[in-house]
Ligand binder design. Structure first.
Ligand code: 6PG
Length: 483
């Protein structure tokens, strides 16, 4: 095969990288160069998949020489140091106009830094979120690339050839925005994923403890829910996990799994970033904290002595409660997604990105972990109103919240009275009530802040900034706005 035969290259051939390389190679028009630091993986991949027509390279020089210009390579190694190391090597052998893509779960500020540094060499750097796990990488992920407009000219058609395809035939990839925009949106995707998973877990816990249904029976409930407005990959796999029986003990697998949830950090990034942007992401935050709480067995052990309601939680109308939980789950899910899209909008404003929220919702319809029919409704909402200030107020969602809020309240009340933790359900309801409140107790907070810190306050009845002389005669004066 001639030297510069490949139009795309992959560096890093662990499962995700290998699967992505195989996906690329399976598409018409792609010839794929592959490189891995340890040669064994390269040899194994090439030997295992002769049909792929891979162009193996055993040095970065060979890798560069095997790529036609503009050379385009996707890095699929661990985020952080390993990614930086590969970038440094590729910059040595690539030339201006070439394209380096980081396909890992990089933290978007790192991507902004890397894009700026690499751009100084004339080489394009693209941070691309790739969602869908190993199966998605092989058969069609949802892809969220950032980077320059120039890079998209070459990269766009290649990524479109491997992305998942939504029901309307559209590939689940779009040029999200410049520099770190792609990794920012992938980060929020993961945050929403955390909220979605936590809400489903709370729904399961409430039904199990409130109705005594078995995991297998609850699996049937989720399978039924998956035929309606809650249809999604996460609901589908939840039914499968709940149906699974542990071969060793014969018990439901979910009952032998240790109840301490791990996290690789993308949910935490989403919450930290939302805090810095001043965007409430209650569902995502509570989902992230719920994982943290579950992972403190030492505290949970000592806290067991603390009293609870003391009464056995048993609902009178099990079917009615299950339907209430379904409605509470859908309402809370709407809030979590509404907050996630709020964060994307705020991030775009902060980092000078132009991000089309409708386009983001459309590429999440297939391939990614949060894929769901629900995303079609979000796409419809942004198509109707691109500048929609609050997703939850779009007619479809407002109607669902109107229909579901009574059930939602009943579920949060029942969980509270039963002493069953439902942090995502209850924080989402609190956010909903806060958002629609005529008056918030923030007025009192302003008074407190002014009392101890002279931080001033505004008034509802006149312009200006005010401070009360609390330690003096308590008259009110006009003041400089000290925030
Ligand atoms: C995806 C997933 C993936 C995520 C892992 C681990 O979009 O394919 O979100 O990127 O990193 O599932 O996630 P946590 O360990 O943070 O739950």
């Amino acid at each position: 095969m001639n030297a510069a035969a490949a139009n795309i290259g992959v560096v890093g051939l662990a499962v995700m990288g290998s699967n992505l390389a195989r996906n690329l190679a399976s598409r018409e028009g792609n010839t794929v160069a592959v490189y891995n630091r340890s040669r064994t993986k390269t040899d194994e991949l090439v030997q295992a998949h002769p049909e792929a027509g891979f162009v193996p390279a055993f040095s970065y020089e060979e890798f560069a020489a095997s790529l036609s210009k503009p050379r385009t390579a996707i890095i699929m190694v661990k985020a952080g140091g390993p990614t930086d190391a590969v970038i440094d090597e590729l910059v040595k052998v690539f030339e201006p106009g070439d394209i380096i893509v980081d396909g890992g779960n990089a933290y978007f500020p790192d991507t902004i830094r890397r894009e700026k540094a690499v751009r100084e060499t004339g080489i394009n750097f693209v941070g691309a979120g790739i969602s869908g796990g190993e199966e998605g990488a092989l058969n069609g992920p949802s892809i969220m690339p950032g980077g320059s407009d120039e890079s998209w000219v070459t990269l766009g058609p290649i990524l479109k050839s491997i992305a998942a395809v939504a029901d309307d035939g559209e590939p689940c990839v779009t040029h999200i925005g410049h520099d770190g925009a792609g990794h920012f949106v992938k980060m929020v995707h993961n945050g929403i994923e955390y909220a979605d998973m936590q809400l489903i877990a709370e729904a399961y816990d409430l039904i199990r403890r409130g109705t005594g249904r078995t995991p297998a029976e609850i699996a049937d409930i989720f399978a039924e829910w998956n035929t309606g407005e809650l249809e999604s990959y996460l609901i589908e796999i939840t039914a499968e996990v709940l149906r699974q029986v542990d071969a060793e003990t014969g018990k439901p697998l979910v009952d032998v799994i240790l109840d301490q949830a791990g996290a690789k950090g993308t949910g935490a990034w989403t919450v930290q970033t939302a805090l810095s942007l001043g965007v409430p992401v209650s569902g995502i935050a509570e989902a992230t904290f719920a994982r943290s709480l579950s992972s403190h067995p030492e505290q949970r052990e000592v806290a067991r002595v603390l009293p609870g309601p003391g009464t056995e939680f048993q609902v009178d109308d099990a079917d009615g409660f299950v339907e209430d939980v379904r409605q509470a789950l859908f309402a809370s899910k709407i809030i979590a997604y509404s907050q996630g899209f709020d964060e994307i909008r705020a991030g775009a404003a902060e980092y000078n990105w132009t991000i089309d929220l409708g386009a983001v919702s459309k590429i999440w319809r297939a391939g990614c972990i949060i894929r769901a029919q629900f995303l079609n409704r979000i796409a419809d909402a942004y198509a109707e109103q691109p500048e929609l200030p609050v997703l939850a107020t779009a007619p479809y969602f407002a109607d669902a919240l109107t229909r579901g809020q009574a059930a939602w309240r009943r579920v949060v009340i029942a969980a509270t009275q039963a002493g069953i933790p439902s942090p995502a359900f209850s924080s989402s309801l609190a956010y909903y009530d806060g958002l629609r409140a005529d008056r918030l107790p923030a007025a009192l907070v302003q008074g407190q802040r002014d009392f101890f810190g002279a931080h001033t306050y505004k008034r509802i009845d006149k312009e200006g900034t005010f401070h009360t002389l609390w330690s003096g005669d308590r008259t009110e004066i006009e003041a400089e706005d000290t925030h």
